[in-house]
Design a protein around this ligand. Structure first.
Ligand code: SF4
Ligand code: SF4
Length: 304
């Protein structure tokens, strides 16, 4: 049986150890203390909490940390848009340059009846799977219509309609999930500087006659648009809009270009909020996010 002296010794030892441990912990917390910038919490509080990755970070908290650390700009939250960018700029005490909402453009306008269907694909009903094999449809660039983008969109803002991915700009928040998931890279995220933006709705880089063989509405690369207006550039047999110079000065001849396009492939798309229109001016648009159009189809025939 433990006598009183032993118990007192044990108790004293425990107390001494406790005091020593407390002192060590206190010392360590002072030495290794990392100051957390309180602005991170404030920035996080004004973010929408979508954790969509549209800003390039893997969540709103990481974006808040990055923006406070100065590694990324305050206007990169595509879901929050200009109002959130302004709120972040105020927290950081910085001037916010002019910003526009980014919205997706689908560079294809071929509905089911417009494109050559090969008809013998019976694999998994996803664009990612279908894109890996040849023989699903004639055009190896355009929309496959299996709806990977539709499933990726958390805002019910893009749907496959008659074989073609179609954006609902009233619902779209510009998170970019559709663009990231499309295996054909035909969705670009474009700064919407106007209520409706011009787009060349094609991504096929083949020669005109090859395009015509697989699609009724594909770009032929004929240059009728670029001859009519400086807003269009044709490279690799494919026309595109020069969004870097999307201002009134460069709109001369656009109507002629639209009319002369034999594929009728130049469209106006989109409908952002009115407050975005108030920001129109002579200011340079933000950096364009552009897809790298290329066919990624394995030419090996589908064997079923
Ligand atoms: S359509 Fe959906 S997934 Fe694509 S940018 Fe808009 S909200 Fe995001
Ligand atoms: S846009 Fe891309 S992801 Fe969406 S249905 Fe077409 S091919 Fe699939």
């Amino acid at each position: 049986m433990m006598d009183l002296a032993t118990m007192a010794l044990a108790g004293g030892t425990m107390m001494g150890l406790g005091v020593a441990a407390g002192w060590v912990l206190g010392w360590a917390s002072r030495i290794f203390h990392v100051e957390v910038d309180p602005r991170i919490e404030r920035v996080n509080a004004v973010l929408p909490g979508a954790n969509c990755g549209g800003c390039g970070c893997t969540g709103c908290q990481l974006y808040a940390e990055a923006v406070v650390a100065g590694r990324i700009g305050p206007d990169k939250c595509t879901v929050g848009g200009p109002s959130v960018a302004q709120a972040i700029a105020e927290i950081l005490g910085v001037e916010l340059g002019e910003t526009w909402p980014f919205r997706p453009i689908v560079h294809c306008r071929a509905h089911t009846g417009d494109k050559l269907q090969m008809g013998n694909y019976s694999g998994e009903s996803t664009c990612a799977a279908a894109n890996l094999v040849n023989g699903v449809q004639g055009c190896t660039y355009g929309c496959l219509g299996f709806g990977d983008c539709e499933r990726a969109c958390e805002y019910d803002a893009i749907h496959v309609v008659d074989g073609l991915a179609t954006v609902d700009y009233e619902k779209c928040t510009g998170c970019g999930a559709c663009a990231r998931v499309c295996p054909r890279n035909i969705i670009t995220m474009v700064p919407f500087k106007r209520e409706r933006m011009l787009a060349v709705a094609c991504s096929n880089k083949d020669f005109g006659k090859d395009v015509r063989a697989v699609c009724k509405v594909g770009c032929l690369g004929c240059k009728a648009c670029s001859k009519a207006s400086g807003l269009f550039i044709v490279t690799d047999n494919l026309a595109r809009v020069d969004y870097d110079h999307y201002d009134p000065e460069h709109f001369v001849g656009v109507d002629v270009a639209i009319e002369k396009c034999p594929a009728q492939g130049i469209l106006y798309v989109g409908k952002p909020e009115k407050r975005d229109l108030e920001k129109l001016g002579d200011i340079e648009p933000p950096k364009l996010v552009e897809a790298n159009f290329r066919t990624t189809v394995d030419r090996t025939d589908w064997q079923g």
